[in-house]
Every structure is written in C-alpha cells, then in structure tokens.
Design a protein around this ligand. Sequence first.
Ligand code: FER
Length: 277
Amino acid sequence: MLAAAPQGYDQFRESIPRGIIELVEYSSATVGNTRKAMVYTPPGFSSANTYHVLYLLHGIGGDEAEWYTHGAPQIILDNLYADNKLEPMIVVFPNGRAMPNDRAEGDLFDPEKIQAFERFELDLINDLIPFIESNYPARIGRENRAIAGLSMGGGQSLNIGLNHLDRFAWIGAFSAAPNTRDPGLLVSNPDETAARVRKLWLSCGDEDNLKHISDNVHAYLTQQNVPHIWQEENGGHDWPVWKSGLYQFSQLLFKDDINEFSQVDCNGNLHNTINIM
Ligand code: FER
C-alpha cells in the first residue's frame, strides 16, 4: 500500500526537468463545435518516443482548466518524474460537459448540464481520443489508456471506463459523485471485469458527504471478487484528496505489478488475485 502523498509532493522544485501543459482545440462531431482540452507532455517529451495516455476529468464546477487551476498537476507530475516514479505518459484534461456552452456557469445542476456529462462518453471515444492519437505520439490500445477523475469526473471515469474495457485498462475515481451508475450496471460481468481491468482505483475523503457512493462501489466489487484499490483519505470533498489521488494513482499506471499474489497466464496476461484494501 502506498502512503498518502508526502509533504512537498505538490510544491514547485527548482532545477528539475519540466513538462509542458498547453491548451488545444479539437473538432467534436458529437457536440458539433470546436472543443478545448489541456494536454500535459512530460519532461523530455519527444515525438521520437511513444507515450501512454491518461485522461483526467474534472468535477461539476470545473472545465478543462480545473485541474490546472486548482490541482497543480504539472508540479505533482514533474516531481514524480524527477524521482523516477512514473512511466512516461501524456495527460489529457478534457472538458467533460459535452454541450455547446461548456463553461461552468449558471445552475451547475441543470439537467441539461448533467446530461452533457453523460454525452461526454461519445465525445471522448469518437472525437477526443482520435484527435489525441493522431496529433501526439500516443500508444494506442486499451493497455496504454487510463481514465480517472474527481467527483463528476470520477463517476464518468467509472461509467465510461468500465463500459469500455476495450478502450481502457486503467480506471480511477476520486470521490465519485452520484452520476456513478449502479455498481451492478457498472460491473455486470464481474469475472470479465476482473480479468480485463489492470488497475481499478477508488478513493474518497472520510468526511465527504458523497462517500456512500464510493462505499457502495467498493462493497460490490469486494463481494464480487473484483480486484481494486480502496483508499480512504483524511479529508472532505476537496482538492487535497484529489491531488493525493493523482499522486498515488499515476504511480500505478502502465506498470506490471508482479508480486507473490500475481499470476501470468499462458497468454502473458497478468492477473492479480488479491484485493488491496
Ligand atoms: C450531486 C451532488 C454532487 C450530483 C453531483 C455532484 C449529479 C457533483 C459534485 C462534484 O463534481 O464536485 O447530487 O448529482
């Protein structure tokens, strides 16, 4: 079990190599307009190499810039690269509110806006992923894609990721919101999910009013023997928990975790036989 994020993990360090975070625009057939996303490329990024991709989603009050504005993801990731703790990956920060006006303004709980968080599934699969994979040196295939997010974005990550195991093998939810589908719908075939998911991460603050959502998913996964990580953090529905989630989950990504409980089958696929709780 990883320790929660250590002190200084989100503090700017002098004299380390840095990644670059930029705003991009892509054409969305789903929404019928041009949409924004932010993209972090890691230190030493070169199109001579290929990279895994993490899609990292925001909450109900945010947009493509929310992580950058509040979560210092580029500092957290730069520090992790400096300590040699990450596989090289591009991190994409989409706008998960897939509608023509996707700014976080007005009544954020307007049913039209909540529905736009559902519609994002199509925008991601049909528009954003193809854009990223044709404009960046991204490795393609499910093993090379991860999806994670905070709150509404955590619910989206579970809904989209578990419904598209053909696209994503790594799935994380930090403080998943009530948009999270019923666990029986998320994981209708537990054996298949267990065999295909490489890492399934749930974390939540112990003082979060939405914690029952994560508790419910965790209980179902445990009952159905679907390996996953459940990390209860000290805190509420807030940035320290989400940043810590990024710090911890990113270190697990795109790595084999061979241990005494793991088995490699005749096809070379790794199976973990324990729940880490
Ligand atoms: C809700 C409470 C909170 C809800 C969504 C949220 C869809 C999202 C919170 C966030 O993203 O921070 O009832 O319903």
